[in-house]
Design a binder for this molecule. Structure first.
Ligand SMILES: Cc1ncc(COP(=O)(O)O)c(C=O)c1O
Length: 357
């Protein structure tokens, strides 16, 4: 058995064939189960961002790292920062599950908890405001996962693992990649690498209803992880053939269906990508691949709690097909799909929102 050094252990998650008939019967697709990689999905970007900063001399030996996180990057950063000998401060918000707070503290992180969302920029902007306040009085390093290109570059190895996993299964190429989008890191990194290999690969972005990333107005969301109330610099709008906004009903139904029918399940982004990957596998011939960003543990009191879901009407039957819109700024109120993706930065509605701030 090979004994890897801590940083060599990052990644290497299994590629699993999923046949659970969610949101409808389909011939199967492949999912990378990132919860089964050490440090999780975001240990990949944490490793890449910290290595880049150390190489450029921006992160000194033993210096403190400060970052805003909805949880997943916190775990990845904790793993990599421990291995490299850096203390970390994580700016989180009061919506972060208590168990995740305890885990991050147990891993040695200092937590700063923001308890009110920014009126327009939501929790993300509120966390960033607090982070800038901390940075002003300290010479700590801020990786800035939203705009740091090393975030996306950290996922090239994930693409390579997909290729070797498919090759081992006797499959020459994939036709469709389905990826959730938050900072844009893993969709950009994996999509860029796979497109170099397969230029015709169809890339589908998966966002949450109420997220601002692809041109919709920001509204309060229960779905966390994917989606954003800002326009992160790492999102490569030119890369996507289509975008889907998935609702919490579809995600809950998918997470629960996956757990019952295929064991591997996860949180909001896993439910959303499973919804779109199942739909895509039923629609297009050839291999569909996706990435399940995290596992179910932190969602046992939400997605997997009957009372919590019932109080929010999330156990109602979900849609099995997306509603179609022609323009990413057309209204959305349920699972929706748009095939003309463009950057909303500089669009009339984005400018109006910015002026309203
Ligand atoms: C659970 C989960 N899923 C999906 C995403 C989106 O990934 P990315 O930031 O690489 O776009 C995130 C980002 O924080 C996440 O925490």
């Amino acid at each position: 058995m090979t004994v890897f050094e801590p940083l060599e252990r990052v990644g290497h998650s299994p590629l699993v064939r999923i046949t659970t008939p969610v949101p409808q019967p389909h011939p199967g697709y492949f999912a990378k189960i990132e919860a089964l990689g050490i440090g999780g999905l975001k240990a990949r970007s944490a490793q890449s961002m910290l290595a880049g900063a150390r190489r450029r001399g921006e992160l000194r030996d033993g210096a403190r790292i400060v970052e805003s996180t909805s949880g997943t990057l916190g775990v990845g950063l904790a793993y990599v920062a421990q291995a490299l000998g850096h203390p970390i401060t994580l700016v989180v918000d009061s919506e972060l599950e208590p168990a995740m707070r305890n885990l991050l503290r147990a891993l040695g992180a200092t937590l700063v908890i923001v308890d009110e969302p920014h009126p327009e920029g939501g929790w993300q902007q509120a966390r960033l405001d607090a982070l800038h306040h901390i940075l002003a009085g300290d010479d700590a390093y801020w990786p800035n996962q939203y705009d740091n290109p090393d975030n996306a570059a950290g996922y090239h190895a994930l693409a390579d693992e997909i290729v070797s996993g498919l090759t081992a299964a006797g499959i020459e190429r994939a036709e469709v990649l389905v990826c959730s989008v938050g900072t844009g890191g893993h969709s950009s990194g994996v999509g860029h690498r796979l497109r170099q290999l397969w230029p015709d690969l169809r890339i589908i972005g998966v966002d949450a209803l109420g997220s601002r990333i692809f041109g919709q107005p920001a509204t309060p969301r229960v779905m966390r992880g994917l989606g954003s109330s800002m326009h992160p610099g790492n999102v490569r709008y030119d890369m996507f053939d289509e975008v889907h906004w998935v609702g919490p009903n579809e995600a809950v139904h998918a997470c629960r269906g996956l757990a019952r029918g295929g064991f591997h399940t996860g949180g909001w982004s896993t439910g959303a990508t499973a919804t779109v990957a199942g739909w895509a596998a039923a629609r297009w011939p050839g291999s569909v691949i996706t990435i399940f960003p995290d596992g179910p543990d932190r969602y046992l009191r939400t997605i997997f709690d009957d009372d919590w879901c019932r109080r929010r009407d999330l156990l109602e039957p979900p849609h099995t097909q997306p509603h179609e819109i022609d323009d990413c700024e057309d209204p959305t109120w349920c699972w929706t799909r748009c095939e003309s993706v463009r950057s909303p930065i500089g669009s009339v509605s984005a400018r109006t929102e910015a002026t309203a701030r």
